[in-house]
Design a protein around this ligand. Sequence first.
Ligand code: ADE
Length: 229
Amino acid sequence: MMKIAIMGAMPEEIAPILKIVGDYKTTEYADNTYYEATYKGSELVIAYSKIGKVFSTLTATTMIEHFGCSILLFSGVAGGINPSLKIGDLIVATKLSQHDLDITAFGHPIGFVPGGSVFVETDKELIKIAKDVAVELGKTVQEGIIATGDQFVHDEAIKKKIVDNFNADALEMEGGSVGVVCNALNVPFFILRAISDTADTDASFSFDEFMESSAIISAEFVMKMVDKI
Ligand code: ADE
């Protein structure tokens, strides 16, 4: 049976998923906790990575290489950049970049290093499943570009730079690195985020207020997708 990885970055991002699956086995591995469950006929491996590109790279790699997952779904929150995205809105990444990967000093484009690419693309079939779920639930899910970096953005000038460089609609701290892992290991992946803040000067207050409710919105949506995979 195919194993599905479901990842978040923070405990609050996977707590609603663990609540839905109800019963799970816990395994400690590589300084993290992995939760294995059977849910509606699918085998799931669930974990939160801790925040940032390094931890999310480790967790995604572990879920694929150690636990044998062959599809990866990420659920969590993001800072909205596109003004059409409001708190609680869902965004599905079509492609992701690393906005802080910078060797422009050597004439390369921002987000690019030799052997890599500025963007990693998510799986089109998983996006199609998300669209079907959205129709069923009567919800709106926006498709867009997500920029990832090891930085909680709370500054208009940085936001503008990320839009100028990547035409990004939202930003967060894990999706781009998870995408690099999945692409390299040929694992279809999907990144869903619900907006917790708009990455401006009030972002940390907004994040504290809305992170948990937005994480639930994203997690519940991802679990509806599992039924259809
Ligand atoms: N995740 C949620 N909000 C964010 C922000 N403003 N910057 C980076 N990651 C985030």
